[in-house]
Design a protein around this ligand. Sequence first.
Ligand SMILES: Nc1ncnc2c1ncn2[C@@H]1O[C@H](COP(=O)(O)OP(=O)(O)OP(=O)(O)O)[C@@H](O)[C@H]1O
Length: 517
Amino acid sequence: MEGKDLLARARTGSGKTAAYSIPIIQSLLQSTVSEQAVRVLILIPTKELGHQVQQMVRQLTTYCARDIKIADISGQADISAQRPILMEKPDIVVGTPSRVLIHINQKTLCLRESLQVLVIDEADLIFSFGFEDDLKSLLCFSKLPNIYQSYLMSATFNEDVQALKELVLHNPVTLKLEESQLPDSSQLTQYHIQCEEEDKFLLLYTLLKLSLIRGKTIIFVNNVERSYRLKLFLEQFSIPSCVLNSELPVQSRCHIIAQFNRGFYDYIIASDEQALSEAKAKGKKQAGKKKGGKTDKGQDSEYGVSRGIDFQNVSTVLNFDFPLSVDSYIHRAGRTARANNPGVALTFVAHTELSLLKDIEEALGGASSEECVLRPYRFRMEEVEGFRYRCRDAMRSVTKQAIKEARLKEIKEELLNSEKLKTYFEDNPRDFNLLRHDRPLHPAIVKPHLKNVPDYLIPPSLRSIANPLLKKKKRKRMQPGPTSAPSKKFRKTQNPLRTFKYTRGKKRTGAKKKAES
Ligand SMILES: Nc1ncnc2c1ncn2[C@@H]1O[C@H](COP(=O)(O)OP(=O)(O)OP(=O)(O)O)[C@@H](O)[C@H]1O
């Protein structure tokens, strides 16, 4: 509020969006300038985040005396459709650096005279998402006024944030640079378990099917293909899940997140593609990286669900594929235990990834102390050997062809959905909830008989904590059947030999008379 530049780092899910939005809203409300103009620019690295920031500001300003206008220009693909929105000169504009630059160059957005505050949210990601050049041309070529206030907000503090700090901030106030990067162990419990490829599938099946993991869960994989592989694997056992990846249209992505937050789905399989490109770019410093739209493979480079997205009330983050960098681990684990909620992060580690696990331990401060930050998850794999056959069978059904078909089908369906989401649901908000994203993608391989788990396959040690439904079923089955000894009550009331009554002298029906004669 004093107008100083600010560098703030705070752990994931601690409320950074509100922390910068509230003072901005306050100064806009206090402003005596009556002329409508764009006064605040919020730069974010992904489209999902743009949508989220806009929602948050709208919520915060719901009961304000003055109408604060905000426009998110990151989400919609069509630049011309955004022109009329910008012509209204919203107080706050949210966008990715590339999209903002396009509008400035096309003169549909002018900040030179009016900008008062610049925010760079998720500052640690702006460079790694390939926006370095755009940001530099935005800052350096007289696109902005000489004096404005800047905020850099970040969950991690890395070289990129340091570079941004020098580029953007003047004599800044720095906040909480030493605070831990994730919530402490009383709020976030972190585990790891060493297992190889087939065991990962077996373990996931066991955890979900026996409800050893309960509540909303995000399962992270490293690429799009893996997300479909896992979805097709799970759907054979009638475990519904949504995939979230960069191939889906942005409207669908935001709709999936909104529905997940409202409790429509329990499982999201999210592909953390950025982790892969970050790992590849390490050392190369992102030379020539494409940005600002679709990449050659039809994937959206302004996608990123492990970063900054406020998935609400997530009880477990499961790293099915190991994150490829420390920052990636922090951002993924930070999707649970947000605000003051508790959460669990469980990471599967293959033997080739143990060195990366060590890096994460070191970064999170566990290497020096005796205790691991990512505690070993003790699970006796030998007890679930009985499930291996069915898992192997299900894995075999997920062929490359099946994945290809599922991928195409999903994209086709989501493109149609996306069109509906754009226009139809604005007029019919109730129907917004009817559109689902967790339907089976390959119904031909769904095996109804695998929906249930036979009691004899459940390890005795897990029976007491497995799904209570299973217990109910079990109780039902314990009722006397032809092979078990009947109970006393049953013997008295249900046994036909005891209850059958033969009554003499009753009027015989015509059919009976005929039969007797
Ligand atoms: N003071 C508060 N009290 C309770 N909940 C809060 C408070 N501030 C923020 N929240 C909630 O905490 C959640 C996380 O907020 P937000 O997304 O801003 O976190 P963040 O620090 O930006 O996280 P990340 O680094 O992952 O982007 C949101 O659901 C938000 O509504």
